[in-house]
Write a protein that binds this ligand. Structure first.
Ligand code: MLT
Ligand code: MN
Length: 312
C-alpha cells in the first residue's frame, strides 16, 4: 500500500488567510523551519492505479495539482481521474468542502457514515457532484468495507470505520444541547483502519479524536502506522496565543502534551510509525526547531507534512 499525506493542516490551513500569529507569519515569510501546509487529507492506493482520497479538503484542487498520482495519466481518456473514491471521517468543512471541486461529471464513489451522508443530502449544493453519477455509499461501523470504484470493482483497499469521541460539525452545533455535546451523535466522527486486501499491514487514520480509551488503545495495538489528531499541542493554546477562546476539547480534539494527552496515552502501544496530522496553525510543533517539536520527535512521533509518503 502506498499512502501520501496530501494535506497535514487542520481547518483553515497553514498559514490561515486571516492569521497573524507568529507561526502563520513565519510560514508566509518562507522560514525554512516552518513549512506551509494545506488542509487535512490523505490519499492511498493498493494497486498503484486506483487512488482513494480520505477527506476532501477545501484545498483539494491545489492538492491534486501538487500530487501527480491524483492526476489523469497521459494514456488515460480525455476526461478521467485516478480518484476512484472519497472516504469521509466527519462532516467538518475542512473534510467535505473539496467535494465541490470534484464536479464536471466524473464518476467516483463517496463513502461515509449515515450521519455524514445526511449532511451532504441536506445541503443541496453538494448535488453539483451529481448523485446519479457519484454514488453515495454508507459505511457500516465496526465492519470491514471493501472500497469499490464507480463500476463496483475492487480497488484493493478496505476500510474498517469505528466511532471515536468527537463533535458534530461546527456549522451543525446545537447550542440548546451545549451540555450534551452540542447534538453530537454516533457516526459524526469516525476513525478508519485502512488495509490492502492482499497485505496484512494496518494503517489507522484518525484526524479527529477527543479522547483515548482502552478500546481505542486495544484497537491500535500492533498497527504498522497511525496517523493521529495533532490539532493542538496544549488544550488551551488558542487562548494562550490570543487568537480565540476555544479549547481543543471544545472543538473535539485531544491535545498532544501532558499526562492525559495523546503522546502519553499512546506511549505504550506497539505501533511502528506514529504521525501527527490535522495540525492547527497555533500548534508549536509546526516550527521544526521548537522545543515542542523536539519533545514530540523524542517520543517517537513524526510530524506530518504535505507530500509525506508512507509505503507498507
Ligand atoms: C475541526 O476539526 O475542529 C473543524 O474542522 C473545525 C472547523 O470547522 O473549522
Ligand atoms: Mn478539522
Amino acid at each position: 500500500m502506498h499512502l501520501k499525506i496530501v494535506g497535514s493542516a487542520a481547518g483553515g490551513g497553514f498559514p490561515q488567510w486571516n492569521c497573524n500569529f507568529h507561526l502563520s507569519r513565519a510560514a508566509r515569510n518562507g522560514a525554512e523551519n516552518v513549512r506551509p501546509r494545506t488542509q487535512s487529507s490523505l490519499a492511498a492506493s493498493a494497486n498503484g492505479t486506483d487512488w482513494i482520497v480520505f477527506n476532501a479538503s477545501p484545498d483539494l484542487r491545489q492538492q491534486i495539482a501538487a500530487t501527480p498520482e491524483l492526476q489523469p495519466c497521459e494514456s488515460a481518456p480525455l476526461r478521467s481521474s485516478p480518484i476512484a473514491a472519497v472516504v469521509l471521517t466527519n462532516a467538518d468543512v475542512d473534510h467535505i468542502a473539496g467535494l465541490l471541486s470534484l464536479r464536471e461529471r466524473e464518476r467516483f464513489a463517496i463513502y461515509a457514515t449515515g450521519r455524514v451522508l445526511a449532511v451532504l443530502q441536506n445541503n443541496t449544493i453538494f448535488n453539483v457532484v451529481d448523485p446519479a453519477l457519484v454514488e453515495r455509499r454508507e459505511l457500516a461501523l465496526n465492519a470491514t468495507t471493501p472500497i469499490l470504484n464507480w463500476k463496483q470493482e475492487q480497488t484493493g483497499i478496505t476500510v474498517e470505520a469505528f466511532p471515536v469521541p468527537g463533535k458534530v460539525a461546527l456549522f451543525l452545533e446545537d447550542e440548546t444541547k451545549a451540555d450534551s455535546g452540542f447534538g453530537t451523535e454516533e457516526g459524526d466522527t469516525i476513525g478508519l483502519r485502512i488495509a490492502s486486501d492482499t497485505g496484512e499491514a494496518n494503517v489507522f487514520y484518525i484526524p479527529g479524536c477527543a479522547r483515548i480509551d482502552d478500546e481505542l488503545r486495544a484497537r491500535l495495538h500492533r498497527a504498522a502506522c497511525l496517523l493521529f489528531d495533532g490539532t493542538v499541542y496544549s488544550d488551551n493554546e488558542m487562548a494562550t496565543a490570543g487568537v480565540g477562546s476555544k479549547t481543543g476539547q471544545r472543538m473535539g480534539h485531544l491535545h498532544i502534551s501532558g499526562p492525559d494527552g495523546s503522546m502519553a496515552s499512546l506511549a505504550d502501544i506497539a505501533v511502528e510509525r506514529r504521525i501527527y496530522v490535522h495540525i492547527n496553525n497555533t500548534n508549536p510543533i509546526l516550527d521544526e526547531r521548537s522545543p515542542e517539536a523536539a519533545v514530540v520527535r523524542r517520543n517517537g512521533w513524526e510530524i506530518g507534512y504535505d507530500g509525506m509518503e508512507i509505503r507498507l
